[in-house]
Ligand binder design. Structure first.
Ligand SMILES: Nc1ncnc2c1ncn2[C@@H]1O[C@H](COP(=O)(O)OP(=O)(O)O)[C@@H](O)[C@H]1O
Ligand SMILES: Cc1cn([C@H]2C[C@H](O)[C@@H](COP(=O)(O)O)O2)c(=O)[nH]c1=O
Length: 353
């Protein structure tokens, strides 16, 4: 069985070494399968002990060579890899993001170190250096706008986007002082075309319509992407990479992210990963619509057709907002939906004649 050790220390931010070591341990534990490698992670001044992680396949995932010490921990990509692993565990913590963090590795020849913590032959010291002042000011934020259909989510998103675009900028102020806003929506939603975010009552703003955020980033390119201060997202429920994108953008790229989407589908199940963002969001607004049957606040979206697949793109022809009472009283809603549909169809056929 091979054994590797990672020694974590930090010169700039007290406590980070312990925090980092703790996270490394839990990350490595998660990445580890059962098998033949062993890893010790320890940090001075932090009551971590020697956490032990035994595993088979983490070598490739975190840049550790199979049983032969540490490989590829020179910062850059491998550092980022660890950050990504941590990020996907849902850790958002202002002030401890590894922004501009650098990890260095040093192989020991077995000589005891002056601080009394000796490295055994074959062990590796990893030094994590963080520029403390870069933490807070470069961190962005995540703002969520949730609710059923017709609740005004897109309207609220466009309002926020407009406010952000003009924040602190009278029309004669130089362009460089304005916040640059990009609107992104899922290309699944082609109801009102793909070139704009459009509300049910016709407000609109130009947007990028993409299948996922990897495509969005590739489409705009690195240079332009960096210039965006604010990213507004509509139909957030349709993006499979929503969580990772929002977290990275806010934690490491200093972006203000405003995401609008459905929290639940027509059966009130979690829709995509919008609700996962709640625990890492700075603000969360849950909007209500008006129940189409009784006019009370509506928290749910009722599907008027009998289709059962989760995604069916549509508007008032397929969906209606309902209150709890009329959601639960399903039959009543179905009857009412049928009535509305029939009335709709009758009106249409009259118009056609
Ligand atoms: N049942 C409905 N059918 C069609 N339009 C509606 C209905 N209820 C509200 N609306 C309109 O939709 C607007 C909200 O649109 P929008 O912001 O696109 O909502 P969301 O993004 O939450 O679906 C409301 O201001 C209202 O004018
Ligand atoms: C409830 C529900 C909705 N959809 C679709 C229908 C629309 O195309 C969008 C929501 O649009 P809005 O801007 O919030 O009005 O999502 C779906 O596919 N499945 C559902 O269960």
């Amino acid at each position: 069985m091979g054994t590797s050790s990672v020694f974590v220390k930090n010169a700039c931010v007290p406590g980070v070494s312990g925090l980092l070591a703790g996270r490394l341990v839990s990350t490595l534990h998660q990445l580890a399968g059962s098998g033949s490698n062993a890893l010790s992670v320890f940090a001075p001044g932090f009551n971590l002990g020697r956490a032990r992680c035994e595993g088979r396949s983490w070598g490739s995932s975190v840049g550790l060579a199979n049983g032969a010490g540490v490989a590829g921990w020179g910062g850059g990509d491998s550092c980022r890899q660890v950050r990504r692993s941590l990020a996907t565990q849902g850790e958002k913590k202002r002030g401890c993001g590894a922004r501009r963090g650098v990890m260095k590795q040093k192989r020991s020849n077995g000589a005891a170190k002056s601080d009394g913590v000796g490295l055994m032959a074959g062990e590796v010291e990893v030094t994590a250096t963080f520029e403390a002042e870069s933490y807070q000011d470069k961190c962005g934020s995540i703002h969520l706008i949730l609710g059923p259909m017709f609740a005004g989510k897109s309207t609220a998103l466009l309002k926020r986007a407009q406010e952000e675009a003009s924040a602190g900028s009278p029309c004669n102020s130089p362009r460089k002082f304005r916040r640059r806003v990009a609107l992104v929506k899922s290309d699944k939603d082609s109801r009102y075309g793909l070139s704009a975010v459009v509300t049910h009552d016709g407000l609109q703003m130009p947007c990028y319509a993409v299948p996922d955020f990897a495509t969005f980033k590739a489409q705009v390119g690195d240079k332009l992407y960096k210039e965006f201060d604010v990213i507004g997202i509509d139909e957030a429920q349709f993006f499979t990479d929503l969580y990772d994108f929002c977290l990275t953008a806010a934690d490491y790229e200093g972006k203000t992210v405003i995401a609008a989407g459905l929290d639940g589908d027509f059966l009130r199940r979690k829709f995509g990963s919008t609700v996962d963002l709640v625990r890492v969001a700075d603000t969360v607004v849950k909007l209500a619509s008006r129940c189409e049957i009784c006019g009370k606040p509506a928290l749910f979206t009722f599907r008027k057709t009998l289709d059962i697949q989760t995604t069916i793109i549509g508007g008032a022809d397929v969906y209606m907002p309902v209150c709890r009472q009329h959601y639960v009283g399903g039959q009543l809603v179905v009857d009412s939906a049928c009535t509305v549909l029939e009335a709709h169809q009758a009106a249409h056929s009259r118009k056609d004649c």
